[in-house]
Write a protein that binds this ligand. Sequence first.
Ligand SMILES: [Zn+2]
Length: 297
Amino acid sequence: MSTPGTSDPEAFVEVADRVWVARHAWYDVNVTVIGGAAGLVVVDTLASEAAASPMRDRVRRLVSPTTPVVAVVNTHEHHDHVLGNAVFTDAWPDLVVHAHEEAADRIPTVVPASVAARVAAGEPRAAEMAASRVVVPTQTLSSVGALDLGDRYVELVHPGRAHTAGDLCLRVPDADLLVAGDVVEAADDPALAVPAYGDDSWPLDWPAALDLVVGVTTPASVVVPGHGPVVDRAFVEAQREGVATVASTIADLAGRGVRPGDALGASTWPWPVDRLTEAVRRGFAQLPPGARRLPMA
Ligand SMILES: [Zn+2]
């Protein structure tokens, strides 16, 4: 029951029973809407209010204009997932914005800082980001939570630290669907489907987070990544192998006294090394004491 006859590339497509995904060209980021008797849940809200406004209008047309959005969920604190929040809280003042507690703590500092960096760098759409209000989630969780939509539940799960310390996944059990946020990274070109190891990522913890994701999915599950096309559990399992290899390679190299700066050239890696700079830097820094031998002089 996908949305028929549309040529709008950013239109919502129904990927499971009453779960719609719109893939937005800017950042190739996904917005997911989950429908229930009580109303709609919107997961992630794009990188600006200007971008989120037409998305909100599409949300209004999904079921009926009077069906309310009752919750917004931010899968983590990065600006491309939260800067449209205000568009939804303006339109539905009673809705609640949910996130992991780490994400909610960090949004007030991380989002303005990343917007300021983009303004300073002269990014083309930085002005519309800077013009967007930062709405901080008020309903937070540390491990698990649930949203009651009347005729269905949506489970909220913190899988552990991975892309950020505040990652949040959503599961819709009756639809066998999981919204993974940036814990899973997809792309049309498989070579570009590389986990986003940023300067706030947790490379050594990431494999365990994906173990949890795999554990709450089935071979038939629909998995919505933070970016890129909808995937399945087999894709997640393959990505899990990659992040596990990155983590074990970091530990192995450190144990043999290889310096972080030499690590990318000292082994083979599952993804292009230019995408793994922060993985190595962060991974070495996060190794427990004793897991790292002093470099040979
Ligand atoms: Zn993202």
